[in-house]
Design a protein around this ligand. Sequence first.
Ligand SMILES: [Zn+2]
Length: 183
Amino acid sequence: MSNMEGWPRVDENSPERCGGSTGVGQCWNQRVEGSSYCPVHGGGHKLKQNKREKYEAWQLGQWNKQVRDHADSSSLHALQIGIGILCKTLELTVARCQTDQELVLKSGPISDLTCKLSKLITESQQMSMRLGQVMNRTEAMAMAQSIVTIIGEEVQDSVVLERIISRIEELMTHEATAGNETG
Ligand SMILES: [Zn+2]
């Protein structure tokens, strides 16, 4: 029985025709992309593989889109998603190798994935450090500004006010420099 519900059938001379044979001659089913046979005649494995590859390509595409869509702090989140996907892909790639020989054959993609992964991890670490610094500094500046406003409202002596403001500015500059040195 070569008939499969929902699977396309082709014309007699179609290059897409399955090479398998049935009791009544050559199979009329369409071959699986990348295989000479339909799923009934041994193309099933290839079909599964195609779907998996397509799914992984789709996942990576989604991740790329997320990175493009987020230009601010959420690109850190996108990077982390990317790391997760690459980890999963790497895991799947290694898990699929059942013999040493298969592992050797896959060493190209594996080292490629590992390389991309380490790049992404470095990038994400740098980004989270950068974001952490930017946020602390912004928060500190906002706080200093509020303090200066309150002092300005309370202190009437302009000389004293100038001195307070200049001391706060000094402190902020010093903090920023110290922060850059340690970061
Ligand atoms: Zn067939």
